[in-house]
Design a protein around this ligand. Structure first.
Ligand code: SF4
Length: 279
């Protein structure tokens, strides 16, 4: 992994544990649990930090057992394809993107072909994903930049990826981690929500992707970064929903300070569990 592709991770000595008392919905059953979140700037360490690291890693191990197949739910066979489908996935479902991507990659198998694609034809292919005109602009600009600056190849460096049109840190880390095998921390809406609910990050940190990357990077070995995020995303899509989490059917509830945000009755909670992700 290149240095540029890795967040500047702070060692454990740079972490402080801060009680979460102001979480928006940390009341009721949640309030009696072990509530500590992680900050990234102070040098105070202690037993609570160690406990937080252990608890976070335990949760990740249980999620790994629960979701052994956790992986991106977008279909792709190369870094180029993952980059394109990730851009297309904004504001739509993975299923819709997966429905159009075979035709897209048959017509445009690489960056050079995509850069030379007919705009009208491209719009028609990706129309089902919504915002198709803006996405066509993004794809044409992305492909042109790949051709002009990277010989048509997707660069395996965070600093290069984020210079591409339509590519932010989230997309860049998805591509690094899942197409290049370079550990990356993807802070999407699920990761931000779950890391706060689980008491790993305070709310302010969870809302700031770069800070969240650094703080999460300090909790886990680098080799686990990509899969850990993928497991959180799967858990967020299947059980720890934004509106009503299935707390009574949650395999990590005993380590979660937000237990009780959703129904704790097992039967009621089980009804909220979905078997697939963002369909
Ligand atoms: S489903 Fe409930 S118990 Fe499980 S992680 Fe989410 S908030 Fe915590």
């Amino acid at each position: 992994m290149t240095g540029d592709a890795t967040p500047a991770v702070q060692g454990l000595q740079g972490i402080t544990a801060t009680p979460i008392l102001t979480g928006p919905r940390l009341g009721g059953a949640a309030s009696s649990r072990n509530l500590y979140a992680i900050g990234v700037t102070t040098t105070d360490t202690g037993r609570r930090d160690t406990a937080l690291v252990r608890r976070a890693r335990k949760v990740d191990r249980v999620l790994a057992e629960t979701y052994p197949d956790a992986r991106p739910e977008l279909d792709f066979s190369s870094p180029f394809e993952l980059l394109v489908v990730t851009v297309l996935s904004a504001q739509t479902t993975d299923r819709r993107v997966n429905a159009v991507s075979p035709a897209l990659f048959a017509a445009c198998p690489d960056a050079a072909a995509l850069a030379a694609a007919d705009r009208t034809e491209l719009e028609e292919i990706i129309r089902p994903t919504g915002f198709f005109r803006a996405k066509t602009d993004s794809l044409l600009g992305l492909a042109a930049a790949l051709v002009e600056r990277f010989d048509g190849e997707v660069p395996p460096r965070l600093d290069d990826l984020v210079t591409l049109p339509g590519v932010g840190r989230k997309t860049a880390n998805v591509v690094l981690g899942n197409a290049f095998g370079i550990p990356g921390i993807t802070v999407d809406t699920h990761v931000a929500r779950l890391t706060h609910r689980l008491g790993w990050l305070d709310e302010a940190t969870a809302r700031q992707p770069v800070k969240a990357e650094h703080a999460l990077g300090a909790l886990f070995p680098r080799r686990d970064w990509t899969d850990m995020c993928q497991r959180l995303i799967w858990h967020g899509r299947r059980r720890c929903h934004a509106r009503t989490p299935a707390c009574g059917a949650c395999p990590v509830s005993r380590w979660c300070p937000s237990y009780g945000l959703g129904p704790t009755d097992p039967v009621e909670a089980e009804k909220l569990v979905t078997t697939q992700g963002r369909a």
